[in-house]
Ligand binder design. Structure first.
Ligand code: TIU
Length: 225
């Protein structure tokens, strides 16, 4: 047992690092770089870059302290058999899921755009969960991976705050996990959604999680040597 108290909104939480996982949501080129899914949806993808530095710091800390790291990627099979037709049909037909862009077919597994950005590349042995939806538990083996390690607390970071991070935190909360969200290690295409998304998590006594910072997490762990 490695207990720590992490300052958070609305209150500090006590966690056991041996039963905690860092879950990095969808830090994929398709969302962060021009020519992918995020831009196809009409977004300014440069707004997501600010989460990269804090997530790198969390990854370094987690790896140095032997904390489980799980990465997720949103995307679909090349035949799109797992892509709901209504999801595919949304938006400009030239830039839909499965259409070919500068980083390969948009939001399709195995394509360059589906990859995690190079700065945050998974280390050997870190599970990568491919998910067809916004939530990381929906039609994936994430719950099994976490249960096999007796995980009870998730530190959830990544993109975007109000879409895949939020959906995953809500799913995790309903499954009995305690969720800590370092706000600076999350990002959104919409400044106001990022702020309000974090407020929604912590409101009502932490209705489905606790909002903290990368610095607060770092302060509770031995620094990497
Ligand atoms: N569009 C948007 O904000 N997000 C997504 O489509 N997926 C994730 O959040 N990963």
């Amino acid at each position: 047992m490695r207990k720590a108290e992490i300052p958070a909104d609305p209150n500090a939480v006590t966690i056991d690092w041996d039963r905690t996982a860092l879950v990095v949501i969808d830090m994929q080129r398709d969302f962060l770089e021009p020519g992918g899914f995020g831009e196809a949806l009409g977004n300014d993808v440069s707004k997501l870059a600010r989460a990269v530095g804090p997530i790198r710091r969390l990854l370094t800390l987690a790896r140095a302290n032997k904390i489980l790291v799980v990465h997720t990627r949103e995307g679909h099979r090349p035949d799109l058999a797992d892509a709901p037709p209504l999801k595919v049909a949304r938006g400009d037909p030239r830039f839909r899921i499965g259409a070919t862009g500068p980083m390969g077919r948009i939001l399709v597994r195995g394509e360059p755009g589906h990859d995690i950005v190079p700065e945050l590349r998974p280390a050997d042995g870190e599970p990568v969960v491919d998910k067809p939806g916004k939530g990381a538990f929906y039609e994936t083996d994430l719950a099994l991976i976490l249960r096999n390690r007796a995980i009870e607390t998730l530190i959830v970071c990544g993109v975007t705050t109000e879409v895949c991070v939020h959906t995953t935190v809500r799913e995790a909360n309903d499954r009995g996990f305690r969720c800590l969200v370092p706000g600076d290690a999350c990002a959104s295409y919409f400044d106001e959604f990022h702020v309000v998304g974090l407020r929604m998590i912590a409101a009502q006594g932490g209705i489905f999680g606790f909002v903290t910072t990368t610095a607060a997490i770092a302060a509770s762990l031995p620094a990497p040597t």
